[in-house]
Design a binder for this molecule. Structure first.
Ligand code: ZN
Length: 139
């Protein structure tokens, strides 16, 4: 737990939230500043700042909740689709330093954008550069 983490405070019950799902290791609640009706956050109860900080079991529990909740949320609000995503790190827009998966219901013509729109200017990469990145990640 982290003393001044708002999501740890929600887990502890010190800050109220509209909880929609809870297991021993995972909590899901409605976003307090929703981007869409039904915007849901899914978090590990244990404090972790980055996705890479999650162990295999917790990552599995977290994604199991996401796969269960995404269609349920969509159904409840009558959405046509959903964006599921994580802002990992400040540069990526992470505002609360506790891993959270956004489930954002999407509706035809809602004026939103796909996840492809979150990137900055597209890099101009040679095939060699792309190959080098792939090899380095795979190592
Ligand atoms: Zn926390």
């Amino acid at each position: 737990m982290s003393a001044d983490c708002i999501f740890c405070s929600i887990v502890d019950g010190d800050i109220p939230a509209r909880t929609v799902h809870e297991t021993d290791s995972v909590l899901a609640f409605l976003d307090a500043n929703p981007l869409a009706r039904g915007h849901t956050l899914v978090i590990p109860k244990a404090h972790a700042q980055h996705v890479g900080d999650l162990n295999d079991e917790l990552a599995s529990d977290l994604f199991a909740a996401v796969t269960e909740l995404t269609p349920r949320v969509q159904s409840v609000v009558g959405a046509d689709g959903a964006n599921v995503g994580i802002n990992d790190g400040e540069a990526a827009g992470q505002e609360v330093p506790h891993v959270h998966v956004h489930i954002i219901p999407r509706f035809e013509g809602d004026g939103g954008a796909p996840l492809h729109a979150v990137g900055g200017d597209r890099p101009d990469l040679s095939d060699d550069e792309v190959d080098a990145v792939a090899e380095a990640i795979a190592e």
